[in-house]
Design a binder for this molecule. Structure first.
Ligand SMILES: Nc1nc2c(c(=O)[nH]1)N[C@H]1C(S)=C(S)[C@@H](COP(=O)(O)O)O[C@H]1N2
Ligand SMILES: [Mo]
Length: 531
């Protein structure tokens, strides 16, 4: 039998040919994906650039993002906030970026000369962007253009990169490929150009320099009733600082782009069930008698043990005299406040006139409000969760009633009324910590805004409740710190705490999720003591 190597050689040649074909297909596939990405980048950049002339909220990425925010069910929102906290916006942008990347990769992959399905995907996204832009509260008819023009340019770029005529021919003329060099040269130039155009578009709509100048020159009111000095012993070792720095203060809102409004532009329009409708300017506002008060804000999304709570010294103008000046009509029981970006909160009028320090705040810890915290004017109402009271960038007050009107979060499954539940948090030791044996300090904070904190108790390993030491009470509207020395023995220990408010009611042990009216249950920490 004549042995011959020929079949093996043939197999190797065939394998090599197959490998080469696969490689060509893969690189062609990669080129299609890349073409889709570049088309999307160019479309978004054109959209952002056009938005600079049309209005900041018309930019496709932000318009779509805001539409997603407004339509996110409360369960999903809570999942995002409990997993990403105040990075919720970064998470949303990441999700959107992935969505755009996947859709545009698909668009590049399926686009054919006579079968422009990829173009259709880009067009659909552009139309979706235009529709969402039109639904923004600040929209004008021109808000359709950023997305639509971006879409048109995106389609043209996609087709040119794939070697097709920009407008689809009816007859498929095959795939006349761009040379490798020309493709990558074009892709590189377009990627760089779109990054530059996007950055320029963002810069053109950014007014932070103007706002910084406004902040430097504005006249803050001198409080006729300053906050009493804060004694150092309101702070307890092991608990978070009693006064939260502006930079550390939690931020929660639906604004993907922080509203930027100068004091000169700011107006508060008061209308609805009032005898004398009125519009207040910044100068009107700061000419009124101001007060300064420490108030602890809490977010209804704050989970047991969470950090969506902060305490600041606010300077502002009491709301009651303003309501008196417009003459609230009988039957009105809700102040529906609206921010410049269309967010709303419904606050019981009773909580604004019962003597508590409900204010239109203009300063936070002695500084004009940071932009993220409502510059130039926001509401602060002690005792109510932020979603029903703490409107930032507030520009409109409608006096109405709870049976006629609903607000942003009540339309999404949250309770119409949002008094803050009594709660507490263990700050030290931290969960899962390994601590040394001997005397430890268990410390934390407790709050029951506008009722005050009477006692905090701590339970270790299911034993008897021990009364903790309390820092002096500065105000019933702020949190109060507490601590308990603990002889820590070797082993794993469970620490639980509970607070009792100024009316003698202890916080409920019943655990509840934030939806619909705030989380409840005792905070708990498990620590290991290495003797
Ligand atoms: N305009 C506007 N104001 C808003 C919100 C918002 O989404 N938009 N969120 C509210 C909520 S839910 C809370 S908890 C507080 C948080 O205020 P902060 O970000 O200054 O801590 O602002 C409130 N004011
Ligand atoms: Mo909130």
């Amino acid at each position: 039998m004549a042995w011959s190597g020929t079949p093996y050689v043939l197999v190797i040649i065939r394998l090599a040919a197959a490998a080469k074909r696969t490689l060509v297909e893969v690189t062609q596939g990669m080129r299609r994906v890349l073409a889709g990405w570049i088309a999307a980048a160019v479309a978004l950049a054109v959209g952002q650039l056009v938005a600079a002339g049309v209005g900041r909220d018309s930019a496709p990425f932000y318009a779509v993002g805001s539409a997603v925010v407004d339509r996110t069910p409360s369960g999903v929102r809570e999942w995002v906030i409990s997993n990403f906290g105040t990075d919720d916006k970064a998470f949303l942008f990441a999700c959107l970026a992935v969505l755009v990347a996947v859709l545009s990769a698909l668009a590049g992959t399926v686009e054919r000369n006579g079968r422009p399905i990829g173009s259709a995907i880009i067009a659909a996204f552009a139309i979706f962007g235009a529709v969402t832009a039109m639904s923004r509260p600040t929209s004008t008819g021109a808000f359709v253009w950023p997305s639509l023009l971006g879409g048109v340019v995106g389609v043209v770029v996609l087709r040119l990169l794939l070697g097709y005529r920009p407008v689809a021919g009816v007859i498929d003329s095959g795939d006349p490929e761009l040379s490798r060099r020309r493709f990558f040269a074009a892709a590189g130039i377009l990627a760089a150009a779109s990054a530059g155009a996007y950055a320029l578009g963002r810069k053109l709509v950014d007014r932070s320099a103007e706002l910084a100048a406004d902040r430097r020159t504005l006249r803050l009111p001198v409080p006729q009733s300053p906050a009493p000095p804060i004694p150092p012993d309101v702070n307890v070792r092991g608990a978070v600082p009693y006064v939260t720095d502006n930079g550390d203060f939690y931020r929660i809102d639906t604004a993907l782009q922080v509203p930027q409004m100068t004091t000169g532009e700011w107006r508060l329009k008061i209308h609805g069930m009032v005898d004398r409708p009125r519009t207040i300017t910044w100068n009107d506002l700061v000419s009124m008698a101001a007060v300064q008060r420490a108030v602890t804000l809490t977010c209804v999304s704050n989970e047991v043990g969470g950090d969506l709570i902060g305490n600041a010294v606010w300077t502002g103008i009491p709301i009651k005299p303003i309501l008196d000046s417009v003459g609230v009509q009988p039957g009105a029981n809700m102040l529906l406040s609206r921010s410049v970006d269309g967010w709303t909160a419904g606050t019981p009028i009773s909580t604004l006139i019962d003597g508590r320090d409900a204010i239109l705040a203009v300063a936070m810890n002695g500084q004009p409000l940071p932009t993220e915290h409502g510059y130039p004017v926001r509401q602060v109402v002690p005792g109510l969760y932020g979603y029903v009271s703490a409107t930032k960038w507030v520009t409109d007050w409608e006096i109405t009633s709870f049976d006629k009107a609903t607000a942003y979060w009540t339309d999404r499954g949250w309770s119409a009324l949002g008094p803050i539940k009594t709660g507490c948090r263990i700050d030290s030791p931290s969960s899962g910590a390994r601590v040394g044996g001997g005397t430890q300090v268990i410390a934390g904070t407790a709050w029951a805004q506008h009722r005050g904190i009477k006692t905090v108790e701590v339970q270790i390993d299911g034993g008897a409740w021990q009364t903790a030491n309390l820092a002096p009470e500065y105000s019933i509207d702020t949190w109060r710190q507490w601590w308990l020395p603990w002889q820590a023995g070797k082993g794993t220990h469970t620490i639980v705490a509970r607070a009792t408010d100024g009316t003698g009611v202890t916080q409920t042990s019943e655990t509840a999720d934030p939806v619909p009216d705030g989380a409840s249950g005792y905070p708990k920490k498990v620590v290991r003591v290495d003797a």
